[in-house]
Design a protein around this ligand. Structure first.
Ligand code: ADP
Length: 303
């Protein structure tokens, strides 16, 4: 087990940022830590990396308990904080050499060149960090997080503030380096986890509200809820549909097309209702939900 979080809570004064959180991440997994702003993602990551202490509970990385004094294990973790604190006056190469020195790496120069190449910084490597675009600064942040070849990588919003091209490049980079590592990344962008992760953990208001393997994510709500798209040849009195057992709500998708949320698969009831009212069913299907919809639904229910 690479990361084990056991009943962790964190209070900032009276504010509860994390409320009894437990989860595990296996070696080799890329896990997305998903949640709206203020959910507690950064707080959890700072605790895992030993930057701040929890109020309650325990965290283990590679079976070693984390606390701010546990320097040896902290050196096995790569961390890209949310507000990537770079030394703007330093040159890219100079900065990475400085970081390599902090980790007391052998062959510092060779390792720095390797990281510059891997993170696509070659063209920018002679510039000052202050002269770099946000996307390139993020690459420097990633190079900094990876330079000591950590087995566990924690990335806090690695693509926030980047343009679409930069997002794709950084995601590819994470996928590439993530192959042999354990990666936990936070985001509030659903497509991000869909693109990169093996598993998602969704948190809201400091509590875990769902965790699923990516391929099972659609089950999170689909187990007890259906969305049916219904197209009829002419208008139907919506009250008639609303009166069917198990119907939760009805939306107009576009002219003539309804989206019906229900607690069970009521397609046959809808078909009968249409026939009873002399309407023709032009099409009817169960809508597979996107992760985005699932996420909105889950966080909405918890607010
Ligand atoms: P996220 O990363 O999901 O946006 P955070 O972990 O940054 O969430 O914040 C979780 C909650 O803790 C928020 O309500 C935030 O305002 C609060 N919080 C975070 N850091 C501090 C701090 N240093 N002092 C007080 N409250 C904080």
């Amino acid at each position: 087990m690479s990361i084990k979080v056991n009943q962790v809570s964190k209070l900032y004064g009276k504010q509860k940022a994390l409320d009894n959180i437990s989860f595990e991440i296996e070696s080799g997994e890329i896990v997305g830590f998903l949640g709206p702003n203020g959910a507690g993602k950064s707080t959890m990551m700072k605790i895992i990396t030993g930057f701040i202490s929890q109020t309650d509970g325990e965290v283990f990385v590679n079976d070693i308990q984390i606390d701010p004094e546990a320097i040896d294990i902290r050196n096995k973790i790569g961390y890209l904080p949310e507000h990537n604190p770079l030394y703007l006056d330093m040159y890219v190469r100079e900065y990475l050499l400085f970081i390599a020195g902090m980790y007391k790496l052998d062959n510092k120069k060779a390792r720095v060149e390797e990281m510059i190449e891997q993170t696509g910084l070659t063209k920018e490597s002679s510039k000052k960090i202050s002269e770099l675009s946000k996307g390139y600064r993020q690459r420097v942040g990633l190079a900094q997080a990876l330079i000591h070849d950590p087995s566990v990588i924690i990335l806090d919003e690695p693509t926030s503030g980047l343009d679409p091209n930069q997002i794709v490049e950084i995601r590819d980079l994470i996928l590439k380096v993530g192959k042999q590592k354990t990666v936990m990344l936070s985001t509030h962008i659903m497509q991000e986890v869909e693109a990169i992760c093996d598993r998602i953990i969704i948190i809201d208001k400091g509590k875990i509200i769902a965790q699923e393997k990516m391929q099972d994510a659609s089950k999170i709500v689909a187990d007890n809820e259906f969305i049916i798209e219904l197209e009829l040849d002419s208008k139907i009195d919506l009250d008639l549909i609303q009166k069917l057992p198990e119907v939760i709500e009805i939306h107009h998708k576009k002219e003539g097309v309804l989206l019906i949320r229900s607690m069970s698969d009521i397609r046959s009831n809808l078909f009968e209702l249409a026939v009873e009212n002399n309407l023709k069913v032009l099409s009817m299907r169960i809508v597979e939900k996107t992760l985005e919809e699932i996420f909105q639904e889950i966080t909405k229910e918890n607010s």
